[in-house]
Design a protein around this ligand. Structure first.
Ligand SMILES: C[S@@+](CC[C@H](N)C(=O)[O-])C[C@H]1O[C@@H](n2cnc3c(N)ncnc32)[C@H](O)[C@@H]1O
Ligand code: SF4
Length: 439
């Protein structure tokens, strides 16, 4: 892979077709969990401070070009890695990002102590996601998490009521769960009893390049467990708000992925601009070097066009359980064809139609949720894993091979190679003159 297309901040802003949220990636963890596929390194020496300098520069370049419009970003989401590993730098970053909506941060349970949560609140954070995964020590041992169940429980208790929105991440893997006697449903019940606003129930994805490696999935058992979770949630005043989230009725949704448009900042961040999708360099040094050389750190630029953009939007609306074709504007001529494309899915019992003919909406049925769950796994393994494996190889190219990742063991992903061949913009790499000189 080359150093990436030489995109100007102004070009990025011109591609953005409406107000956007900001996603900021912090690629550092003090200990690596062997199941986790995300881009991160254990921090060494001065690298974190150089990283935050580069991140500040990237944000500044895009703000100068007008990326946040007049009202600021519609939301800010800081993920990782572990955003709470460097709390002072996090507070500085948050202050840089103008925002008219929620400010959300992923929080490691060991960092979610009352004083540190109070600091986050003072820094303007309105939503936190606590990475509990489970309250069962046996599950956390299998996942080799850096905390026990009591710490996860204390973190959730400390967060509930302190922020307008508290999400708790749980991991569900039916093989582990059946062996340990149904810990997942007990964990979910405990979250609901503690009054969390949203529980994200992520099925464990087994990326081939992680130490957990590839594994066969028991699809039917997964559908059953999620259906049981839905019944449990329904009985306690919660609803299935998306394929993998349960929300207290009436609360807002916490999400990093289903924003209509988002602009990513940081090593491994991606942006969705309406018809274009950008992926930034994963190698932390490559990311820092690109910005120091006056280039945006973009490694891939996929042009989805109107059809791809419509497909992308409809896919993520479906994740939230409701497709509203009339809200997917700007994709002429394809958007008029969307209702016809949905007819076979209705006939297959995956969607039910509601509303008037010109404002029709399509709701996922329980069977639709099951099929979407399977589709999401396919997308993860066939599109995301090959892309991330390719990008993680940048760490080795920097002379900094990741002890936890072996990109050679990743799924090959014919779908990703095809998508890249069809959609990738192969712009000439170069140093930006104008913007670099401005700063
Ligand atoms: C970046 S981590 C959360 C923040 C923090 N680093 C932590 O671990 O608490 C985001 C979430 O991704 C989920 N996750 C990580 N690896 C996963 C995998 N292999 N499959 C499914 N979900 C995963 C976990 O639920 C985790 O809480
Ligand atoms: S799950 Fe969280 S703490 Fe563990 S490696 Fe992934 S990002 Fe880091």
């Amino acid at each position: 892979m080359g150093a990436g297309p030489a995109l100007e901040p102004e070009t990025v802003v011109a591609m953005l077709d409406g107000p956007a949220g900001a996603y900021v990636h912090i690629p550092f963890c003090s200990r690596i969990c062997p199941f986790c596929p995300y881009n991160k390194v254990v921090p060494r020496g001065e690298q974190p401070s150089r990283y935050f300098t580069a991140l500040t520069r990237e944000i500044g370049e895009l703000l100068d070009a007008g990326v946040a419009g007049t009202d600021g970003f519609t939301s800010v989401y800081v993920g990782g890695g572990t955003p709470t590993l460097f709390p002072e730098d996090l507070a500085v970053l948050l202050a840089l990002l103008p925002c008219s909506g929620e400010r959300a941060v992923e929080c490691l349970p060991t960092h979610a102590t009352p004083p540190r949560l109070a600091d986050l609140r003072r820094a303007g954070v309105t939503a936190v996601s606590i990475g509990a995964q489970s309250f069962h020590d046996e599950v956390l041992r299998v996942l080799r998490r850096p905390h026990d169940g009591a710490t996860a429980r204390a973190a959730v208790r400390a967060a509930v009521g302190r922020f307008p929105l508290v999400d708790v991440d749980l991991i569900v893997d039916v093989t582990i769960d059946d062996r340990l006697g149904g810990a997942f449903l007990a964990d979910l019940a405990e979250c609901l009893a503690m009054g969390v606003d949203q529980v994200s129930t992520y099925p464990l994805m087994r990326f081939g390049y992680t130490p957990f490696g590839q594994a066969h999935h028991e699809r039917r058992r997964e559908h059953e467990v999620l259906a049981e979770a839905t019944r449990l949630a329904d009985g306690l005043g919660y609803e299935r708000r998306s394929v993998w989230t349960f929300n207290r009725v009436g609360t807002p949704t916490y999400t990093s992925i289903t924003r209509r448009r988002f602009v990513g900042f940081g090593a491994g961040a991606s942006s969705y601009l309406g018809r274009d999708f950008l992926v930034e360099h994963f190698g932390v040094q490559t990311y820092i070097d690109a910005l120091a050389a006056g280039r945006l750190p973009v490694a891939h630029w996929l042009h989805l066009g109107a059809l791809g953009g419509l497909g992308y939007d409809a896919f993520w609306q479906a994740y939230g359980g409701l497709i509203s074709p009339s809200s997917l504007v700007g994709y002429q001529p394809w958007q008029r064809a969307l209702p016809a494309v949905l007819v076979p899915l209705q006939l297959a019992g995956l969607l039910s139609r509601e509303g008037t003919a010109d404002q029709a909406q399509y709701r996922l049925t329980p069977r639709g949720f099951d099929r979407y769950h399977d589709l999401e796994r396919w997308v993860t393994y066939q599109l995301i894993e090959p892309l991330w494996a390719q990008m993680l190889a940048e760490h080795a190219a920097e002379g900094n091979a990741l002890a936890w990742a072996d990109p050679g063991r990743a799924r090959r992903g014919t779908a990703w190679r095809l998508a890249a061949r069809l959609l990738e913009r192969d712009e000439v790499t170069g140093t930006r003159g104008t913007s670099a000189a401005r700063r």
